[in-house]
Unconditional design. Structure first.
Length: 209
């Protein structure tokens, strides 16, 4: 399939009883199975909202968002101009792209939408960040860094403290690909105050396309 433009895709909230059809990203079983098995139930329970990215009538990808709060260390809070140890956020909890549509940079399209959603909601409720738990793969982390996400040091420190000594010892010897890294994007300090639609670059990465 030749490369498509963002204008070739539409995004909508996943309707009740949605059939993803031939959607397939079975090289990432958790992402593949969530859309078919859990997304509708979570949405019905008001735990999350899933949006589908469609090319015509085909499901090209999806992403799931939910409310979140991210812990900040003293440095992070100071940089944010905050006196609080945590800040409100929207979490990008799931992001999947059908194998057939990889190479169209749909990861960037999803980030644009979620950042725009967060910015829109911030006019009505407190929302400062978009957060993710990125798989700890070097190429993927670099891709998020290119989108101006940064590591959540305060959140990572809090998670480490919650681990028992055995779990900390185990974590020390895990391969990098076995873990996740908490990251955030600051919607208040987007370059030049631009919306996500104009801010996010068109860089691509195999891990997220």
């Amino acid at each position: 399939m030749s490369k498509l433009s963002f204008a070739d895709f539409t995004i909508r909230e996943m309707p009740q009883g949605y059939d993803p059809g031939a959607f397939c990203c079975d090289d990432e079983p958790e992402i593949h199975d969530f859309l078919r098995e859990d997304a509708s139930a979570d949405q019905d329970s008001w735990l999350s909202r899933t949006y589908v990215v469609e090319h015509g009538t085909e499901c090209a990808g999806y992403f799931t968002v939910l409310a979140d709060a991210v812990r900040l260390d003293l440095r992070e809070a100071k940089e944010a101009g905050s006196i609080y140890a945590a800040a409100p956020a929207i979490k990008l909890a799931r992001l999947g792209v059908c194998k057939r549509y990889r190479g169209n940079d749909l990861g960037s399209l999803a980030l644009e939408y979620v950042a725009g959603l967060a910015r829109s909601l911030s006019a009505s409720i407190g929302v400062r960040y978009v957060t993710i738990d990125a798989l700890n793969r070097e190429k993927l982390i670099r891709w998020y860094l290119s989108k101006e996400f940064v590591a959540n040091d305060g959140e990572e420190a809090h998670r480490s403290k919650k681990l028992g000594w055995f779990s900390r010892l185990k974590a020390k010897f895990l391969r990098p690909t076995d873990g996740v890294l908490s990251m955030r994007y600051d919607i208040l300090r987007a370059p030049n105050g631009n919306t996500a639609e104009t801010r996010v670059s068109r860089a691509s990465a195999t891990d997220i396309q």
